[in-house]
Design a protein around this ligand. Structure first.
Ligand SMILES: *Cc1c(COP(=O)(O)O)cnc(C)c1O
Ligand SMILES: [Zn+2]
Length: 441
């Protein structure tokens, strides 16, 4: 069967564009583009047959289908030639029952999807494998692309650098100087990217990279390029698959540029359109109070949206005041009976620390989602028996400085309810015994 997809305008203008064309906006109205699949062709296979195919691939190791993304290749990028797939075996991350943390909130069915347990330590890998694979195919077909570029709050640049290096394509990343973690800075350096540290914030980097992307030979990897969302949407499919094709009641997802929540919605839409699911979950987007333009719009009515200047937050990957995918995200929330919550620095840090005491190692963005969860449970919006999935977006190991400062009580405005420090002892049995046994009393 010949499955196809193409770009089209999200606002519904006529016209469709080849996914191998270098184009990011609708030439008629300037809106973003999205990838539209030929659902009629896909429907020639029954829902049960798709489920069987996806389940088979999940348990095999046949390249490239073992990847959580490429196991759904027909739904993601059907026209991609196999020899152009640039995969580091992304997706397939663990979804675990957060039993003890759930108990602290009175929830019996709380789950955390650890998207950060991935090649570069964040969910950005899910989309980057698709974008870089398409670029590899464009180059193979003679497009004069010399480099992949992006602006980043730290995780996109790590993924761009790793996947470009794996493909043998050059990359350049624009970072706000001093606003990404050490791990996030060294990742693109190690992978050989050209790293430009600019004296601005993410929104400033984004404005410059959009102009840079108009130069010949430069291909833009930010999420305004909707190729990435095609990969990221598989997180919805993967979670539902991990529940044996049952849809949870809630997704809680941290949002910055708001591509990821749009992708989550698009994965759910596609499963519904294809007849794999019928239930609609609810979606909560969680924002840091310091960078909350979507939250403000939610409170005032979505038609009153205004960009803001984002302030400093530990959740540095979502420090974005002017989200590119604002319209897409609002449409998603409207379809999924959505809510938006926010978390202060203290709330996000304490939620992450409280969850860590039950075995997680939550990054600050996951802390934002966990803090939103607390609020929704407290005001009865999330019911005790409901199944809730928190999307954890990055590995806590990229944010060790945040953890260290929390446990040393050095985060401004945060009182550290669960501080824990090493105790220094001489190398003497009696001293160690005394310390351990007295702690157990
Ligand atoms: C990119 C990122 C987000 C935000 O995703 P958007 O698509 O920009 O909303 C959240 N958490 C982490 C760790 C990220 O890297
Ligand atoms: Zn248009």
């Amino acid at each position: 069967m010949d499955y196809k997809c193409a770009f089209r305008c999200v606002a519904g203008c006529e016209g469709s564009y080849d996914v191998e064309q270098v184009i990011y906006h609708c030439p008629k109205c300037g809106e973003l583009l999205e990838v539209q699949h030929d659902l009629e062709a896909l429907k020639t296979r029954s829902p049960a047959a798709w489920v069987r195919l996806f389940d088979e691939r999940k348990s095999s190791n046949r390249w490239p289908y073992a990847s959580g993304i490429w196991g759904k290749k027909e739904w993601v990028m059907p026209g991609l030639e196999d020899d152009c797939v640039v995969s580091l075996n992304e997706g397939g991350t663990n979804l675990f029952w957060a039993e003890r943390y759930g108990q602290t909130l009175g929830l019996a069915d709380l789950w955390i999807k650890l998207c950060g347990n991935s090649h570069t330590g964040s969910f950005k890998d899910l989309g980057m494998t698709v974008l870089v694979s398409v670029v590899k195919q464009m180059i193979k077909h003679g497009k004069p692309i010399k480099a992949i570029v992006c602006a980043s709050t730290g995780d996109t640049s790590a993924a761009v650098a790793a996947y470009s290096a794996a493909a043998g394509i050059r990359s350049a990343v624009l970072l706000p100087r001093g606003k990404v973690t050490t791990a996030q800075l060294v990742q693109p350096l190690a992978n050989g990217a050209l790293v430009c540290a600019l004296d601005t914030d993410f929104d400033g980097c984004m404005a410059i990279v959009q102009r840079l992307a108009q130069e010949d030979g430069v291909y833009l990897a930010n999420s305004m390029n909707s190729l990435r969302l095609e990969g990221q949407k598989t997180v919805a499919i993967e979670v539902v698959q991990q529940f044996d094709w049952e849809v949870p009641d809630w997704f809680i997802i941290p949002g910055g540029n708001l591509g990821n929540v749009s992708a989550l919605g698009s994965g759910l839409d596609m499963m519904q359109a294809m007849g794999l699911i019928s239930k609609r979950p609810r979606i909560c987007v969680a924002q840091a109070e310091a960078a909350n333009p979507l939250y403000l719009a939610y409170k005032k009515g979505f038609d009153k949206y205004e960009p803001i200047t984002a302030l400093a937050t530990e959740a540095s990957a979502i420090r974005i005041g002017n989200p590119i995918s604002i319209r897409r995200a609002i449409r998603t929330l409207e379809r999924y009976n959505g809510v938006v919550e926010q978390a202060s620095e203290s709330e996000l840090a304490e939620a992450a620390a409280a969850a860590d005491r039950t075995g997680t190692f939550a990054c600050p963005h996951t802390g934002v989602a966990l803090a939103a969860l607390v609020k929704l449970v407290q005001r009865g919006e999330i019911k005790k028996q409901e199944r809730v999935v928190v999307i954890s977006t990055a590995s806590g190991l990229k944010f060790t400085d945040f953890k260290v400062r929390y446990h040393e009580g050095r985060i401004e405005g945060v009182n550290s309810r669960f501080p824990n420090q090493p105790i220094s002892l001489p190398s003497e049995y009696e001293a160690v015994k005394k310390a351990v046994l007295s702690a157990l009393e």
